[in-house]
Design a protein. Structure first.
Length: 339
């Protein structure tokens, strides 16, 4: 904790010019920080995520009782600060890493083609829901979990600053966000957050935590087991981002938390609510539609944190849910990620 707080102070002291330039250069639409009117969306077919795929949700309920993570009501809408992204806007994000086309569309297409595809995908949501402007985002995985221990035994590879800067410039071209998606391997969220703080000092840069690749088993490595993060890990990040927002007078940060099993996020009901950090619980599992509906119901509807999100896989989902089907989910996702 002390190392991260020291990093926040160091970023604040060293980035006065960056603060002035970047905060002036990007802010989400003013409508984002207001509650929109109800959207008149008519799904092509009704898919009720609350009632479908009951076996998936029953399995989550059994595991939830074991871990003390039972069904709970949605929390009240938190305080919404000016320049917030939610609840008035929707993020549509492309995910991946240039090291591997298999990791997602962000690294699978040339930059111009990828940005044009993102524009087309975002436009579909804007056409269906005129009440919420769509904010485009590029979601870059860094660090990337590794099967090999590396020189320090942490089983993760940090991207070079030049790579992050390249995607920051692409996000600026798209007038959108850059989301840095952390797979910490056998390191810690605190240790991996520190080198990213200089980028998070920018108004358009946000963060995601991928618990799947946070491995706390001494005898396992990434890819062998599904990892886990505790609410304490997530709260450390929330505290650090909140302090950064205050110190540099930044717009509230968005923090994406991926989940598709109960043990991936332990003590999820203890995740802090702080208006300076807007937390999205993102249903991250791939599969057939009934699996998606069941998992979305189990983790986003039944165990909400703050704002709802879903991840879609262009190759692994059979078939990929259409934007109209996504907007038919309950609750309606405010964050939609494509891998």
């Amino acid at each position: 904790m002390s190392a991260i707080r020291a990093a926040v102070v160091a970023v604040g002291a060293a980035c006065g010019m960056l603060r002035a330039q970047d905060s002036a250069g990007f802010a989400p639409p003013a409508r984002c920080a207001s509650v929109p009117a109800a959207a008149a969306i008519v799904p092509a077919s009704t898919h009720d995520s609350v009632h479908k795929a009951s076996r998936s949700r029953a399995s989550a309920d059994r595991m939830g009782r074991k871990y003390g993570d039972t069904v709970r009501a949605a929390p009240p809408l938190p305080e919404i600060l000016p320049r917030s992204v939610f609840p008035g806007c929707r993020i549509v994000a492309f995910y991946g890493n240039p090291m591997s086309k298999r990791m997602g569309i962000l690294g699978a297409l040339p930059a111009d083609s990828m940005l044009a595809h993102l524009d087309r995908q975002a436009a579909q949501y804007a056409a269906l829901d005129s009440t919420r402007p769509v904010v485009r985002a590029l979601q870059l995985v860094t660090p990337v979990a590794q099967a090999a221990p590396g020189h320090d035994g942490k089983y993760r590879l940090r991207m070079h600053d030049s790579t992050i800067e390249h995607f920051a410039q692409l996000a600026e071209r798209a007038n959108g966000l850059l989301i840095l998606d952390m797979q910490v391997g056998k390191s810690t969220v605190g240790a991996e957050l520190e080198p990213l703080m200089r980028f998070l000092a920018r108004a358009r840069v946000h963060l995601a935590l991928d618990a799947e690749f946070s491995i706390k088993h001494k005898d396992k490595r990434p890819g062998q087991v599904v990892g886990t993060l505790d609410a304490a890990d997530i709260n450390l990040v929330i505290d650090s981002l909140a302090a950064l927002v205050t110190r540099l007078d930044l717009p509230p940060k968005v923090l994406i938390v991926h989940r598709y099993t109960i043990p991936m996020i332990t003590h999820s009901a203890r995740i802090k609510i702080d208006p300076r950090v807007q937390v999205v619980l993102d249903m991250d599992g791939n599969g057939i539609p009934s699996d998606k509906y069941g998992s979305y119901g189990a983790y986003v509807h039944d165990r909400p944190v703050e704002f709802p999100g879903i991840k879609l896989f262009y190759k692994q989902d059979k078939p990929v849910l259409t934007p109209r089907e996504v907007l038919g989910l309950d609750p309606i996702p405010l964050y939609v990620q494509y891998q």
